[in-house]
Design a protein around this ligand. Sequence first.
Ligand code: ADP
Ligand code: MG
Length: 217
Amino acid sequence: MTVSTSQIKLFIHAASDAINDNAEEVTELDKAIGDGDHVTNLQRGLATLDALAGSLDELDWSTAFQKMGMSVMSTVGGASGSLYGTLFIAMGKAMKGKDMSLQSMADAFGQGVEAMKQRGRSDVGEKTMLDVLIPVANALREAAGQAQALPEVLATLNRVAGLGCESTRDMLPTKGRASFLGERAIGCIDAGARTGQLMIAAISGVLGEPTNYSGLS
Ligand code: ADP
Ligand code: MG
């Protein structure tokens, strides 16, 4: 069995559960240095993807990611909507003509995160979701290059995501709404970094079930 687009629903459900289970904590983070709507934005996006997932079953990964990106882009407001929409659209382009494997996923995710950097005009160290997603993309590429076994890869990605999230606490925000607060935002974790970490943990959890990942080795 390989990881197929028919499993997208599983990933969406796991990500939704993770966001819902931690909604209060994330909203507190976002209220402190943002405008408090980050959870609602993500929930809207995940509900849209859930509704779309049934129609992705028979598609290749390239087409599925592109459709996911377009629907996120058109239904989710805020910075996170356009950034995650950009991620999926770029991943769709990168997966063109490719089967899912650890290497193709690492390449596609790397290109997706690169597109987010351009879209947000931002990079690591600016107290955003990219402080989780960039190190995760780098670690994934490295792991794929070394052909590591999936359980090891997932453990590494979760460790890196946790460190990335925590690293935003002491950063001065230079992008997004938090940047208006300047130094007053120091001491608070970025909400987008936390939800990025939560969704990576959720997706790893699904892939960590042995029946779900044999095609990704
Ligand atoms: P908005 O800030 O427009 O209300 P959300 O609340 O949904 O959108 O998302 C806020 C999150 O988006 C922030 O916590 C941060 O992680 C991320 N973010 C905001 N601006 C940028 C940017 N320019 N580049 C990367 N990430 C950003
Ligand atoms: Mg917001």
